[in-house]
Design a protein around this ligand. Structure first.
Ligand code: ADP
Length: 485
């Protein structure tokens, strides 16, 4: 198959990068080159931001009514539904996630777009009551302006739709910088947006590297808001880069989420879900439940059951419908995960399953790492403190509710947390005591268009999904009228 050259989308036109340079994107299961991607740099970001500014201020987009925007988003959702299989395959090919998983994701994203379409119609200001009876005051919501989005590779279509939906619902415009390891689905989404009738310049895509295109977008004085999803280290750089024009920021960063199992829980359900919580998408999920706290009385048995279930997962090429776990996204990611594994072993942790890179004919061309369940882990080990973004789960025994709350919260992160118990009062107490943006009781990693999701502490701020997500794309203007004249 001929390898295609992908271009940038700027102001409704597909253009090569100013530098003329490209880089390859590969299938992490086979090493096969999938496409050459345009290597966008600061000059391309300038052009894209200019186009987004023009589209925001002039032309048809500012005249779109909420009803027009709703119709546009619903049209885009229909096109995504039409091409669902193609999108699922694209994400699987480029980042390795099993096709069953990517199919499920596309269906959810169609629903998410339809949710945003509804919100587009229902944004409201207020009528206020100043003390002075001779004045009238009200607030109106106005779109923030040109938005930049910098997204990771662990769910390329997911992140693109999640950034684009609220932009379209609010009347903002967008410059999207996909991750260098996963540009294909975002680019194809841009094609669909044009087909749906999104006006030129409303949605621009500049592919390229983080230190080049990403850094230029974060620092750009013409960008009013940046939404970033990615690592904590890069998040810190984005905060610094954005200081120039004090742009609005929303950050969805890493996690080291606790999943806490009390002995009174439905242990069978807890074990099954603990495996999915830690290993879905090969652990490349920011809210992965990677610190599995288990009440000491059942710890050994529970850890063994989790390892047994993990051992039944079928690892392989994500395109195989039987595959439960695909490869890691890249050689670099595999190297990082192996580094954490070596560290954990050196520090005395013992694997009950997995424990090192998979080799053999089926695996050698790709970046496969098996689901690994550790015992003999301690809270202070690097693999237990730092986000790994790979399929390594540490099981940690605990003795009391107070103790596990303190240990679960003793992390710089605060994205998600799971609690398994059949005790109602304890469920409520734990949900309030855990310092995290989301707490799941007797379930894990539930996501829904209507429910906000996001982090606290070093996991970021701002919320995605839900009404609040769209509202973060508006600013409030207060209007005063002197009614005495
Ligand atoms: P990873 O290290 O796994 O690639 P990152 O958080 O660095 O995770 O990547 C998430 C996104 O951030 C990617 O789109 C990447 O290109 C981008 N990025 C990386 N470095 C920077 C930077 N200095 N400024 C802006 N964006 C960046």
């Amino acid at each position: 198959m001929a390898v295609r050259d992908e271009k940038l989308l700027i102001g409704g036109a597909w253009l090569p990068a100013e530098s003329g340079e490209t880089f390859e994107t590969r299938n992490p299961a086979t090493g096969e080159v999938l496409a050459r991607i345009a290597r966008g740099t600061a000059g391309d970001v300038d052009r894209a931001v200019d186009a987004a500014r023009r589209a925001f201020e002039e032309g048809p987009w500012p005249r779109f009514s909420p009803a027009d925007r709703q119709k546009l988003i619903l049209g885009l959702a229909d096109l995504l539904e039409r091409d669902a299989e193609q999108f699922a395959r694209l994400d699987t090919l480029e980042m390795g996630s099993p096709i069953r998983h990517t199919r499920g994701s596309v269906a959810m994203l169609v629903d998410l777009l339809r949710y945003f379409a509804g919100i587009a119609r229902s944004v409201e200001g207020t009528t206020n009551r100043p003390s002075d009876p001779g004045t009238f005051a009200c607030t109106v919501k106005e779109p923030v302006g040109v938005c930049g989005a910098i997204i990771p590779w662990n769910g390329p279509l997911w992140a693109s739709v999640l950034k684009l939906g609220p932009v379209l619902a609010s009347g903002c415009t967008l410059v999207l910088k996909p991750a260098e390891d996963a540009s294909l689905a975002p680019l194809r989404l841009a094609e669909l947006a044009l087909e749906a009738g999104v006006p030129a310049g409303v949605f621009n895509v500049v592919t390229g590297f983080g230190a080049e295109a990403g850094a230029a977008l974060a620092a750009h004085s013409g960008v009013d808001k940046i939404a970033f999803t990615g690592s904590e280290a890069t998040g810190r750089r984005i905060v610094q880069a954005s200081a120039g024009n004090l742009k609005r920021l929303s950050l969805e960063l890493g996690g080291k989420s606790p999943n806490i199992v009390f002995a009174d829980a439905d242990l069978e359900a807890a074990a099954k879900t603990a495996v999915i919580a830690a290993f879905a998408n090969s652990g490349q999920v920011c809210s992965a439940g990677t610190r599995l706290f288990v009440e000491r009385a059942v710890h050994r048995e529970f850890a063994a059951e989790v390892a047994r279930i993990a051992g039944t997962l079928k690892i392989g090429d994500g395109l195989d419908p039987e595959t439960d776990l695909g490869p890691l996204v890249s050689a670099r990611q595999l190297e990082r995960v192996c580094g954490h594994m070596d560290d954990a072993l050196a520090a005395g942790a013992a694997p009950l399953s997995g424990g090192g890179r998979l080799s053999g004919a089926a695996y050698d061309k790709g970046f496969f790492f098996p689901p690994t369940v550790l015992v003999e882990a301690r809270d202070d080990m690097r693999a237990v403190r730092e986000e790994i973004f790979g399929p390594i789960l540490a099981t940690l025994p605990f003795d009391s509710e107070d103790e596990v709350i303190a240990r679960a919260n003793a992390t710089e992160f605060g994205l998600g947390a799971g609690v398994w118990t059949s005790h109602l009062g304890r469920a409520h107490r734990m949900a309030r005591a855990l310092k995290a943006g989301s707490v799941w009781v007797n379930c894990y990693n539930r996501i829904d268009p209507a429910v906000p999701s996001g982090g606290i502490k070093a996991s970021g701020h701002g919320r995605e999904y839900g009404r609040q997500h769209v509202e973060e794309h508006f600013q409030t203007k207060s209007i005063w009228i002197d009614t005495t004249v």
